[in-house]
Write a protein that binds this ligand. Sequence first.
Ligand code: CDP
Length: 226
Amino acid sequence: MKKPKIITIDGPAASGKTTIAKLLAKSLGYCLLESGAFYRLVTYLLLKHNLYEKFIQKNLNLIETLSKLFSSVKINLTAEATQIFYEGREIKSELREIQVEERVSVVASIPEVREFIKDFLRKLVNNRLVVAEGRDMGSVVFKDAEVKVFLTADERIRAERRYKEKTEKESLPYTQVMDSLKKRDQLDSTRKVAPLTVPEGALILDTSELTPKEVLTKILHHLEKV
Ligand code: CDP
């Protein structure tokens, strides 16, 4: 099997990207790059510093603000996770909170944010072997990747998966989870810069009726052929 430097996995919310990317990174000994975490981090930091409204209304210098916030950010990439530290403290569950979830797609639609994160991710990866998952990994950020995967799944199944995941930690109404997922999908697919699309040459897999192991097997099989 040829060893590609970068494998990209794109797809809508709860299509299985993170689960599959993690399994794949582990089985190949690659680093896992969860790109959504960076958009969540920007959203979290803006809320934490009470800058969210000003930022989305562009009432401050966006790039300067992002550079300042990210000067206290450190990243550690492993096969298991993209670990994010802010001012020395790991930020994890904070990124999945509903107030971040409901605003992240608005933040991710701002061109300056996308440009900043794109540069940041490219520098971060440098020469490492990575499985990069997100919405624009194969279509924009790592356009030259030799192997690209696009995961999809039925909307109802995706909402159920996300609901299960969320209600393990907090109690939320199903409709709120479903609405937030739908809204994000809508925003992510229609934004002007880097909308969610199937990258050219990607292996498309519908994960609605597949177990994570079955998806992994299909990707490994595909890797043997490229
Ligand atoms: O896990 P899930 O797919 O629900 O979300 P995520 O991967 O953590 O991404 C959160 C949000 O970040 C998405 O809804 C997008 O708005 C944004 N995102 C993006 O714009 N581009 C990426 N490559 C990854 C995430």
